[in-house]
Design a protein. Structure first.
Length: 199
């Protein structure tokens, strides 16, 4: 993720720091934006491999979600974690057990499972900053998918910190969905051919 340019940050409609109310007043556009401690952060466009992994894992999770009476599956939905921090995880599983609440616009408070698919520009934020944030607000389960390493890092919150398990093949247990087994083969099978000059 990259911060917006100084010119974008200095536009009249962007006070500093931005609050959640300011966030709601932003004009709609095609950018994927997050609010981080009052600063606006823009994510670069995702590549085909990212989209493929997201779509396949979403499908696998949806099968389990349908068996869970209180679970809902979302992607790229606003998650409001404070008055100055709003994130948009790649995939979200929400049951309400972690204490979060659903509104028409967002989830307020911690979801039960957050999935982030790492890209070169988001690596530091996903592994370090978001991990610390999700720990602090009490997200019980945090999955990090690293397409380059073809692995899933599962973080389960225990005594205020994430216990991590690295897996390269599945199925894996999703505690947020009552121990449902989730096929993660998408992280190893999603490959995109490179084409140059339209060939």
């Amino acid at each position: 993720m990259v911060a917006l340019s100084k010119q974008q940050q200095s536009e009249p409609f962007l006070p500093a720091p931005l609050s959640y109310r300011n966030w709601l007043e932003l004009p709609e556009d095609d950018r994927r934006l997050e609010l981080w401690n009052g600063a606006l952060i823009e994510s670069p466009s995702s590549d085909d491999r990212h989209h493929d992994i997201q779509a396949q894992l979403r499908f696998e999770l949806m099968v389990a979600v349908r068996q869970h009476p209180k679970a809902k599956l979302f992607y790229n939905l606003d998650v409001r974690l404070s008055n100055y921090t709003v994130v948009q995880p790649d995939i979200i599983v929400f049951t309400g057990a972690a204490g979060g609440k659903r509104t028409q616009r967002a989830i307020v408070g911690p979801p039960d499972l957050v999935v982030e698919i790492v890209s070169p520009s988001s690596r530091g934020r996903d592994f370090i900053q978001k991990s610390a944030l999700y720990t602090e607000v009490g997200v019980p389960e945090y999955w990090l998918i690293d397409p380059d390493a073809q692995q899933l890092i599962i973080g389960r919150l225990r005594d205020g910190k994430y216990e991590r398990e690295i897996v390269t093949e599945g199925p894996v247990t999703c505690e947020a969905l009552g121990g449902a087994m989730i096929d993660i083969s998408a992280i190893a099978t999603s490959e995109v051919e490179d084409f140059e000059d339209g060939r």
